[in-house]
Design a protein around this ligand. Sequence first.
Ligand SMILES: Nc1ncnc2c1ncn2[C@@H]1O[C@H](COP(=O)(O)OP(=O)(O)OP(=O)(O)O)[C@@H](O)[C@H]1O
Ligand SMILES: [Mg+2]
Length: 586
Amino acid sequence: MPKVVEPNRAGPPGRDRLLSRFAREWLLPQWKWFLLGATFAAITAICAGGYSQITALATDWLKDGDNRIFTVAPMVIMALVLIRAPAMYWQTQANNRGVQNAIVKLQEKLFARLIDGDFARLQSKATGEYVSQFANDMILVREAALRVASSLAKSTLTIGAAVIYMLTTDWLLTVLLLIVYPIAFVPVVRLGARVRNSSRMAQEQAGALTAVLNEAFQGARTVKAFSLEAYQKSRAHRGFLERARLYMKVLRAKALADPFLEIVGGVALAGLFAFAGWRALTNDISVGEVLGVIVAIGVASPEIRALGTLNALLNEALAAAARIYAVIDEPQHVGDKPDAVAMGRAQGSVQFDQVRFGYGAGEDVLKGLSLTAEPGQTVAIVGPSGAGKSTVFSLLLRLYEARAGAVRIDRQDVRDVTLASLRANIAFVSQDAFLFDTTIRENISLGRTGATEEQVQAAAKAAACDFIDRLPGGWNAPAGEGGRNLSGGQRQRIALARALVSEAPVLLLDEATSALDSESESRIQQALAALAGQRTIIVVAHRLATVRRADRLFVVEDGATVEAGSHDELLAKGAVYARMVQHQLT
Ligand SMILES: Nc1ncnc2c1ncn2[C@@H]1O[C@H](COP(=O)(O)OP(=O)(O)OP(=O)(O)O)[C@@H](O)[C@H]1O
Ligand SMILES: [Mg+2]
């Protein structure tokens, strides 16, 4: 749903702090490019001053019938053009390079913070909202940084050159202009705060809209099957309208800048004619000098205007930068403790000791759950849907942390070891059997760094992946987004092969064979049986055939273990498990 964005009149705090932090962290490292840009900007500014100078001289030559008007003047102007034009190009290019470098670094940082950061944070928002940060927020930051880099030096220097020319020509006039102009600028600066505020709302909504669009495309199958096109269109329509409405606010605040600047320019020109004309008529300055001043103002005006609109752009970008920093600065909750040790290759014992856990601020999903797996054992977790079985795996992988109790591997609390070394000891097939949009071969070999072709082939064989050779493209066939080019059962087998190619001592299978035919399933059971004694295998499954041969079964109901024992023991007990088996057999 497009989120209703609460208007927040206060706006994000510390505009100047944000600006200077951004400049220091991202632009300063590129100072060489910006210095180069500024050098070329200085050249263009000097040439601009030259235009005023030659105009003044030429006008007087014309008046005096001096023939330098058609010899020297055109040549000087051509020379100025020939210098200024390439300088303009190189100035822009140097700045572009500096800004692009900075943006690449910023994107990498944002991405690294997200992908390295808490799993819970990635889960808490629709993926589209993060995607939008890389698309929409980055564009705003980039545009403003480009404009700042290219305009700031060029505009201030050009204005400076014009002012110096005017000062040497008519200081009184110049001083007058310098007093009047800044006053006229106050409203333009005021507009900035409005831009920043509306921009933040517009960007938040852009994130929500991206999420809506993402979902519509990802869920295309369901959309078509249920004829939900109209429903999706109306959701998107509302999003587009809201986007337009919020963006209009930004545009309106930005649009107000131009008329203000127009007024400022017009008043300046009118005043100039009155004042300079009068000075010329009283012979304090020459007609040529009046024209020179007009040219100087003509050259400076667009630059002043550029600075004015730059302010609006800058405020828009600052709102985006604040959103980016909100992600970058968010502390990580699940991370390595300062005294975390890297665990070596584990023996593979797993222990859940009275574990309590709930998602976010929600109530407990695991309510004092205990279970153990000895090294080399195959253990099954069974229980009704929603009982908390997948959650057990998430805690063992330390995607989340227990609220109470302890999760241990080789008798070490998972919180006391480094995340990397913990996860290196675990191979995992998730319930959704997620594949990456790359080749089949790569999808399998990702399970182990430096996996050889032989190891990949062996893992695929163990996971009953003989269908690969029949795929168009074979081992190089693309899996498609999330693996959608494959059938559900094929996807599961590739995901299983990826886990098997890893030699991790603990293997977690979450409904890893639920979509398979019984022949493939029994082949996989054999492959897993061959691993018995070498790996600790924890299986979550509903199917009896998948779990019955496990050394030990844990029956989980409503977040707690209610029964444990071998298949036969539990059958003999005649309680929960026995009833489940009875249901499946009848
Ligand atoms: N990311 C999440 N945020 C909030 N609640 C969640 C989240 N994931 C799971 N839950 C809740 O936690 C409970 C346990 O979920 P879990 O996925 O562990 O069940 P499960 O036993 O694996 O079920 P199934 O057999 O259907 O896969 C459920 O009630 C579910 O609603
Ligand atoms: Mg599950």
